[in-house]
Design a protein around this ligand. Sequence first.
Ligand SMILES: [Zn+2]
Ligand SMILES: [Zn+2]
Length: 209
Amino acid sequence: MTQRTDTQETEAQAKAGAVTKKAVVIDPGGDVAKIQAAIGQSNVNVEKIWLTHGHIDHVGGAAELRDALNVPIEGPHIADKFLLDNVVNSGARFGITGVRNFAPDRWLEEGDQVAVGKLTFDILHCPGHSPGSVVFFNKDMRFAHVGDVLFNGSVGRSDLPGGDHATLIKSIADKLLPLGDDVGFICGHGPGSSIGQERMTNPFLTGVA
Ligand SMILES: [Zn+2]
Ligand SMILES: [Zn+2]
């Protein structure tokens, strides 16, 4: 990997932890050419690929993109290995071709930290939608990427192999709600939300907290 010097960054920006132009791609499910075009348009340096879990709509393009960008894949938790070992089979079920089975360069566990640019994210292991689902949480920015664990007004499905609804709700109650109402998140499908909004209005979390 080539190292950028960021010579245009002002001292004020540096203090604010602002624009380093370093980026990650989270959950490249496919359309690798489109992702690469977006990277080009944004003029960012992609350092890593992060995976929240092993479902094909989140990992179908990961191996191809890793080859194209020559960057490591981090995540998900090793409990989703059975999914990454079967990307080709799950693709065939949906008529998706051109995907590959793969292993990440680093499995992630509860308590791990990953970094991009100047930002550090804590890893929360949140099983239930899939056994190896992880959430990426940046404490300073009050921001999380929650994959398919929690949605705006809904929660992840739990009827796929290794899924379990009670486990999912427990993950949300034990790991996500305690992050704080002010934490905003984006998720694997649909618009983002905040922990507070979901705690107060999400019908799946009634009586949970
Ligand atoms: Zn999923
Ligand atoms: Zn999904």
